[in-house]
Design a protein around this ligand. Sequence first.
Ligand code: IVH
Length: 669
Amino acid sequence: MSTSLDGARRRAEELRRLISEHDYYYYVLDQPRISDAEYDALLQELIELEQTYPELITPSSPTQRVGGRPAEGFRPVRHRQPLLSLANAFGADDLKEFDQRVRQVVGPVDYVVEPKIDGLTVALVYQDGQLLTGATRGDGEVGEDITANLKTVRTVPLTLRRNLPRLEVRGEAYMTKEAFVRLNEEREAQGEPTFANPRNAAAGSLRQLDPRVTAARALNVFVYALMYSEGLEVATHDESLNILAELGFVVIPYRRVCTTIDEVIDLCQEWTDRRHELPFEIDGLVIKVNSFSQQNDLGATSKTPRWAIAYKFPAEQAITVIEDIIIRVGRTGVLTPTAILKPVRLAGSTVSRATLHNEDVIREKDVRIGDTVVVQKAGDVIPEVVEVCRERRQGQERPFTMPVVCPECRAPVIRLPGEAAARCTGTNCPAQLREGIIHFVSRDAMNIEGLGPAAISQLIASGLIKDAADLYYLDRGELLKLERMGEKSADNLLAAIEQSKHNSLAQLIFALGIRHVGQRAARILARQFGSLERLQAATYEELTGIPEIGSKIAESVCNFFAQEQNRVVLEKLKRAGVDPRERQTKDLPQLLAGKQFVLTGGLETLTRKEAEALIEQLGGKVSSSVSRKTDYVVVGADPGAKYDKAVALGITILHEDEFLELVKSSKIR
Ligand code: IVH
């Protein structure tokens, strides 16, 4: 083994230890000891080391969190112990009955009361301190192997802080309410269907065949049960959670040990009132006998343990009347029907609007203007119409039909086959412009403060802006003519706009609102191309050649830049001085600049895409056929006719190891 490989291995191990240590401070203790930038630097160093020495990659390396390759389907995994469900309690009487049954069998008990997270069960198995498998509940006996996806979840430790021969735990994967709202906003903006609630969003994210999609979603796991362990002595559930936290898990928060059922009942009452204060959704509380030996004595029925029960919160719904149904036109032209409600109190706030999602939903539920309806907050956040109270119909209710022209610009509305969404086809639709600018100035995009939706509407109505680039040409005098625009707000706004010129290229790309290009894709594109000009010049092949960029994004990027009006906006932005550059991942010496490569045969250590990306990062070009212009032909196993042609033309042949040597000597680090 060469000394450099030895050194690299030691450094990689050190980096993994450091990263896992800082994950623990950050996620479990909530007390980070280094800045995000320092953390990113450690991770980046490890990524680069592993790129140079792919043989150093281990399955539980933190770099593997970014997500491997899509699976064909999920492999079934049999659970060592079946995943039981819980019996339900709906009030104090049910809880008292449960308590009596328990005490009859085991005498005096302590209970642990903890939130019942509304997410998805996950079963995690660790062997020799490393995450071995992560699985869904499935039918309770056999679940699906979602290890690759769970690895992308930051709060799931890949390596335990103590090396135990075997450990099995269960927990709940969930999405915070905030992450859910953001994900839906992003999906809506990109013209993709939204999730009904955080639980569905978490399920949809975790059951992705492509772990890279999971990686891009903000998922978390709370561990709530130790199922099996070798090398641990634990007597109670409470203690087991303390130990699991020490091992690196984020355990279920807000748990309390209670000694009487009255205490438990009080807690249930308290949480019924306070549940909305939590940043994640809970649908009840779980009450568990604390002592493991008492749990054993109580045992289980075929379906549920006798030592635990779920207290379910009463459902929160309200009844009101739909006064009107209006259409909102989104940034990508999607028309969303929205019910205007007679204001009603619901789950801690007054609601006066509810989404009706799309035409199909309206038809399915047969929702009409004037109907009395049951509303609830979908996943506690966005109000939605659950059902119509048909028996309350008077006969004057009016069915709703989707408009055939856009209510804002009168352009025809189309609905593509297979899509639930109806879209405005207008290219100068003021609603699309307004929504596009709201997105452009939003926090994760150009982050221009002091420019709310009302001000944007004003700017558009007064003709001061016709596209996002016009923001950079605003005149102070013109601004002051606007209603409610004082000198101070005008100056602040102009300063914020000026400031935004220093934003990163990734922010600008995201701000452009290219369909399917979310923050993550924007970051990848920025790093890959380094400037808007180079991104604009990118071909479909170059785009799909980037490992994380699929055909959908590539197509959308090409379409975007092909449109004359977008090119005009970019030109105007540039002239205004909005032209950020990004240090490319590589900013590597372009040692392969001007060299043309052809790849043939299967490579062992790299996929075809990775090899292509590597060549391009170093300034080389990859083409699909051998000609006199080709400089190198890289041959793997079973090369095809390209090899023969290269030999015939006298072109330099590189075997895989020679190719890797060449790439390495270009110092990818
Ligand atoms: S204990 C044998 N604790 O609720 C004990 N379950 O019907 C099994 N859940 O889908 C469950 N939060 O994933 C337990 N703090 C908590 C929980 C919890 C959510 C879920 C669990 C399962 C369902 C139980």
